[in-house]
Design a protein around this ligand. Structure first.
Ligand SMILES: O=P(O)(O)OC[C@H]1O[C@@H](O)[C@H](O)[C@@H](O)[C@@H]1O
Length: 291
């Protein structure tokens, strides 16, 4: 692990509990390193953004661009960006503002099975929020990984929002296969034309909103190993990779980087979340890596 911290220019500041350490880089950005016997993870306070996870003795599950900003000047390219309170570019900034805020540590709890670490964002941490809210992201790190993003409406009127866990999974893109998304999708590369396809391999630009997703999805790598995903609270699964030509124009994807990942995103966007006063909504993604 310490290799990974070194690569990213991080040094450990403090031990926070049995398995959790805080670390900073030269730009003063804060990270949480989870060193549980069953699983390892690295989470940035900027965006509550997990950038690394692997079960012990298994390989890294997330892709992180070598050209990604890690200084708070732009969203991190890789890991799991949190898109909130909207998904996509229906408003600006693209994918909302939660991924460019510094979240605060809310709680940590380590047991023999896992470490739960929760980061929080609230309206009083922003310059100007449209409504009063509490937003928490709980990461449960062990042999498996669970990410739970929970929004509570603290305002005195109903609110409406969207959200996504925009995960970048490390894989050899051109030999990866994804199954279980349902067969109906809107093709963003073709003006959101409605199309049907059950399973596919990837080589060129792919930007698809699967509108009737199964809650269980399998990413099969070229070597036959699998990553199992389970979603809750989503109404769409987005499969995204810019393809090589478009990636050349994306400054924070390193050369050849687009071939090393595939985004499989748990998204709530078709039917915005309607939250009554004091109500809570949770969007979740769960990863397991069968041996
Ligand atoms: O560059 P960003 O803002 O992180 O967005 C990346 C991609 O995110 C995906 O979810 C969208 O479907 C793509 O259209 C978009 O390009």
């Amino acid at each position: 692990m310490t290799e990974r911290l070194k690569e990213l220019g991080l040094s450990i500041d403090k031990q926070l509990d049995n398995a959790v350490f805080s670390a900073t880089n030269n730009d003063g950005m804060l990270f949480y390193w989870i060193d549980h016997p069953l699983g390892k993870a690295l989470i940035s306070a900027y965006g509550a953004h997990i950038i690394s996870y692997h079960p012990s003795n298994q390989s890294e599950q997330f892709w992180l661009s070598k050209a990604s900003a890690l200084d708070g000047s732009a969203p991190i390219r890789g890991g799991v960006p949190i898109c909130w309170p909207w998904f996509g570019n229906t408003r600006q900034p693209n994918h909302g503002y939660a991924r460019t805020q510094i979240w605060k540590l809310a709680s940590i709890n380590t047991t023999e099975e896992n470490t739960e670490i929760t980061l929080a964002l609230s309206d009083d941490m922003l310059d100007k929020a449209e409504f009063k809210f509490s937003l928490e992201c709980k990461f449960t790190v062990g042999e498996e990984l669970q990410i739970d993003l929970s929004t509570t409406n603290l305002d005195n009127h109903p609110i409406e929002l969207g959200a996504a866990l925009h995960s970048y999974f490390a894989t050899h893109r051109d030999s990866a296969k994804v199954s279980g998304m349902g067969d109906s999708f809107l093709d963003k590369t073709d003006d959101f034309a409605k199309k049907t396809q059950t399973e596919f391999a990837l080589s060129e630009e792919t930007d698809r909103l699967y509108t009737q997703p199964n809650h269980h999805i399998t990413l099969t790598h070229g070597n036959g190993h699998q990553l199992k995903l389970a979603h809750q609270g989503e109404d769409t699964v987005v499969i995204w990779n810019p393809g090589d030509t478009k990636a050349e124009g994306i400054a924070d994807i390193h050369a050849g980087g687009a071939q090393e990942y595939l985004c499989v995103e748990a998204v709530r966007t078709q039917n915005p979340i309607q939250l009554g006063v004091k109500e809570t909504y949770t969007l979740s993604q769960h990863l397991s890596v069968p041996i």
